[in-house]
Design a protein around this ligand. Sequence first.
Ligand SMILES: [Zn+2]
Length: 428
Amino acid sequence: MCVMRRSLATLSVCCALLVSAAAQVTVIRTGKLIDPDSGAVLTGQSILIRDGKIEAVGASVTIPSNARVVDLSKMTVLPGLIDCHTHLADGAHDSDPIGQFKKTGAQVVLESVPNARVTLESGFTTVRDVGTYRALGDVALRDAINRGDIVGPRMFVAGAYVTISGGAGAATGLAPDIPLPWDLHYGEANGPWEVRKVVRQLAHDGVDHIKVLSSGAVLAHGSNPNSQEFTPEELQAAVDEASHFGLRVEAHAHSPQGIKNAIRAGVASVEHASLIDDEGIALAKQHGTYLDMDIYDEECIQADGKNGNMPKDFLEHDAQLGQMQRDNFRKAVMAGVKMSFGTDAGVCPYGESGKQFAFMVKYGMTPMQAIQAATSNAADLLGHSAEIGSIKPGKYADIIAVNGDPLADIRLLENVQFVMKDGKIYKQ
Ligand SMILES: [Zn+2]
């Protein structure tokens, strides 16, 4: 099975490389074309792609004589999907809470190579990867993808978790006299100046954004999701220091106070936002803060629980939070808060992020809003609307297609049939 999967993947990559070498110009004929920027569905459009970028889109695009023509006229074409909350560099999907202590950093990052491939092949051409236990493994994965050594989505990475000692992003559960290797506590910081120091180190390491932990966590020993962790002063230090390097900050927060502290400090997005209260929703709206709520992964956590693969304290945290998070998601959507698409991929198996769309629709979004959360909104959150998030001239040719109409049946996005990134076809 593994051999089969590997040989097929290798074949599709080879084809993509051969084709791109032979023809730098591609034209895609579309059936329906979804434009998340306007919320419109266009028909009869063609997309002209040159050197990995979209050059023209329209009903009367002139097709150059040397162009490769890809006929998707029986399909619905969308911009490549963006998952704003992944953990691709955490190794093989594994619910063993001490799994990270059983492998070297090199093993973890090499185990992560298939995570990147299945994510891209499932239609997610970009991810914002929001932290890894072994620091900087995500930087290595991103750079290997960008060099073309391995196949994966465009990655924007955090490098490490910026967290208090013993906090939601710290490696916990070990006796105090067991020393940790450097990369398992790289982002630990207490006090505004230590936070600034860690942010400076991460900026120097080449990260794309900063992940701070503002409350306790569900999937961490001895952690209370209802708590607050960093103080307002520490969160402000993170946002201010990150801004000196042009970096945005996202904050993990479940608790109402942790969420509000992060919004007031000026983070770009709050992750999870499980217990957000009415004041938090109003603040997010006022500050233009995105909520990146992973409302699908509850399914996987409880399934792991039934199989006996999840520690009891993790399940107890989760049972309290799951339904409240979904109800609060609906409230935030109704209030008109900016929403992005983030799944916490790694909690659920990699390559299944598309399953969250149906839950976003079930809990209050229109299908178009759910698609916008994973395209135009996500690109805006990343600060890369000029390059990704819709099919427009000047942007990267990150394009997917499905059979049928995802606006009528959102679950079609669980089975993406065509994937192009940078003008190269990875699945057809
Ligand atoms: Zn996460």
